[in-house]
Write a protein that binds this ligand. Structure first.
Ligand SMILES: [Zn+2]
Length: 148
């Protein structure tokens, strides 16, 4: 299993080649903001499939992120008394719990999950979907999961 650093490097090489080719062959340019935020998203998605591994960097990031979100929701519940502020931490905890039962290189290492997890970014910007899919698929290519 390549480390998260290898996955990030692999993503940067792949997205670099794609951006260079699209620039030279199609004269296609992105704004600097799109490149910066798109690559942050791409880097995160390049290590996202390994959330099915308890010791992975992404699992640690998700654990901390979900803990922080849960604490914020519970604090907000104290003041706002809205039940959805209780449901959000419960769903996040349930998701982390269910991750314990996911098989490494199982469901989260499939192209369909990569597409499903990338599509919500369309609500922000279509290009972010592209960066996310490149990140996710670069991970699958390095894990040799795409052509299985
Ligand atoms: Zn992997």
């Amino acid at each position: 299993m390549p480390s998260y650093k290898v996955h990030i490097f692999g993503y940067l090489v792949m997205v670099g080649i794609l951006l260079l080719l699209s620039d030279k062959l199609l004269n296609f340019h992105l704004s600097i903001e799109t490149l910066i935020f798109g690559n942050i998203i791409g880097i995160l998605y390049s290590i996202l499939p390994d959330m099915d591994t308890p010791s992975s960097k992404m699992r640690k990031i998700l654990g901390r992120l979900f803990l922080a979100a849960s604490i914020i929701c519970l604090l907000a519940f104290v003041f706002l008394r809205r039940m959805e502020l209780i449901y959000i931490p419960l769903m996040l905890i349930l998701f982390l719990y269910l991750l314990w039962f996911s098989r490494h290189r199982g469901l989260f290492h499939t192209p369909i999950i990569g597409i499903l997890l990338s599509l919500p970014l369309y609500l922000i910007d279509l290009y972010y979907v592209g960066f996310a899919i490149i990140g996710f698929f670069s991970h699958l290519v390095l894990d040799n999961e795409v052509f299985r």
